[in-house]
Design a protein around this ligand. Structure first.
Ligand code: SF4
Length: 431
């Protein structure tokens, strides 16, 4: 039986794409190679969101070329966000690649694997579900993005927003539940955009409601939020439906209106704060994460100071921060010079990281002595780990608990994780 290996970079959507392709190949009689050196087909699933991710993909492709030159025999395919309508340059650089596939357009790889299937056989993919690898799973519900933020390559590579029909999503969730999954994360570049393009009257809350009725699933999460698409109905559904976790990841990107305008984010700082206020009014214990870009074109010290002030004011549980990295093909790359010096970007990055460390630790301290349900995802050497409804990582003594919801009393916290003990267990030491 031929074997494949998929090497994946990037976001949860890329991970989901790799699992979907793996399920398709398995359906065609292939199997996962026990090691990457045993693969007859090697797939590199790329990310183009930052230069660093592209550099890692280039490094891997150079290494694979050298392995080919040393006589190793395998077919090579490249997929993901580095593959777009104008990637001739990339294809000239790596002529040894046998197939190129744009995100979610797996057909060139399926053809390389020896199948005559093509895009017209859509039902093949509709009924091909990723094999779960644990008690949690990602479920893409809306592909692409219509927002066209000036710095972002995603809409150019993943195309316009396309929602999956409600029945397709719920069938996949049921399949995952039947295979031991307890928690699903619904994915979209802007996940609240789900349903805008469907004939059926549906939104993200419709999916939440359907999953409430799906036996076996205990928790629903969703990623990534976009403030302008986040309706009161969706916020209310998160607050009211027992399975939906009170956990939002809402990128703000900047705390200054002029920067947000240059980024074409489509909202003001006040509008962003209004959504956060609404969420916290409905769910006082909600966990909030955000994304921030520092050193975007033209960002002044004063503009950056507004970002720091906003982050301190809103006190997030998690702040993902990245230094601006110009992406060829974007509006910003063409029209907005990358004029913030590297050392200034680094200093701003560290400043945001410091705010994050302080606010995350403060937020986690609220959980000290509380008992909270943890869905166990991993175990090693008698230690179990999993996440709270708010997404905080918790470690405690335990074994044989993977996939179970366990009540854990938190007795130590850092900015990054919590330690605890099973509720009801005796503790011998006061921490
Ligand atoms: S909302 Fe903006 S940053 Fe997010 S994927 Fe769409 S274009 Fe990119």
């Amino acid at each position: 039986m031929p074997a494949f290996h998929i090497w994946t970079l990037g976001c949860q959507m890329n991970v989901a794409d790799s699992l979907k392709l793996a399920a398709g190949l398995e359906r065609l009689g292939w199997h996962q190679a026990p090691t990457e050196h045993a693969a007859d087909l090697y797939v590199v699933n790329t990310c183009a969101v930052r230069q660093h991710a592209e550099d890692r993909a280039y490094g891997r492709l150079h290494e694979l070329r050298r392995r080919r030159e040393r006589g190793e025999r395998f077919q090579l395919a490249v997929m993901g966000c580095m593959v777009g309508p104008r990637t001739d340059d990339l294809q000239r650089r790596f002529p040894q690649v046998d197939a190129w596939a744009r995100p979610q357009q797996f057909e060139p790889i399926i053809a390389l694997a020896g199948s005559a299937r093509d895009a017209s056989e859509g039902e093949f993919w509709t009924d091909t579900f990723a094999t779960p690898t644990g008690p949690t799973a990602y479920v893409p519900v809306v592909h692409g993005c219509d927002k066209f933020c000036t710095y972002c390559i995603v809409p150019l590579r993943r195309g316009r927003e396309r929602s999956r029909p409600v029945a397709d999503v719920l069938r996949e969730v049921q399949h995952l539940a039947d295979h031991g999954v307890r928690e699903v994360t619904l994915l979209g570049q802007t996940v609240e955009a789900y349903g805008h393009d469907l004939d059926e009257h549906a939104d993200l809350a419709t999916l939440f409601e359907g999953i409430e009725r799906t036996g076996g699933i205990a928790r629903t999460r969703f990623l990534t939020s976009y403030p302008k698409d986040m309706t009161d109905r969706i916020i209310d559904a998160v607050a009211d439906l027992p399975k939906v976790c009170e956990h939002f990841n809402i990128p703000v990107q900047s705390g200054n209106d002029a920067v947000l305008t240059r980024m074409r984010r489509g909202y003001t700082v006040a509008e962003y704060e209004e959504r956060v206020d609404r969420i916290r009014m409905r769910m006082p214990d909600v966990a909030l994460a955000t994304d921030v870009i520092v050193g975007s074109p033209g960002e002044t010290d004063a503009e950056f100071a507004h970002t720091l002030a906003l982050l301190e004011r809103l006190e997030f549980d998690v702040i993902h921060v990245a230094a601006y990295s110009p992406r060829p093909g974007t509006y910003a790359y063409r029209e907005q010079p990358d004029d913030v010096p590297h050392d200034v970007k680094r200093a701003r990055l560290h400043a945001v990281e410091a705010v994050h460390a302080a606010s995350a630790e403060r937020r986690n301290r609220r959980l000290l002595t509380r008992t909270t349900a943890v869905l166990v995802e991993r175990e090693q050497d008698g230690r179990a780990s999993g996440r709270t409804r708010g997404g905080q990582l918790v470690h405690f003594d335990g074994a044989g608990l993977i996939g179970q919801l366990v009540d854990v009393t938190v007795d130590q916290v850092t900015a990054w994780s919590l330690q605890g003990r099973r509720a009801g267990d005796l503790t011998l030491a006061v921490v």
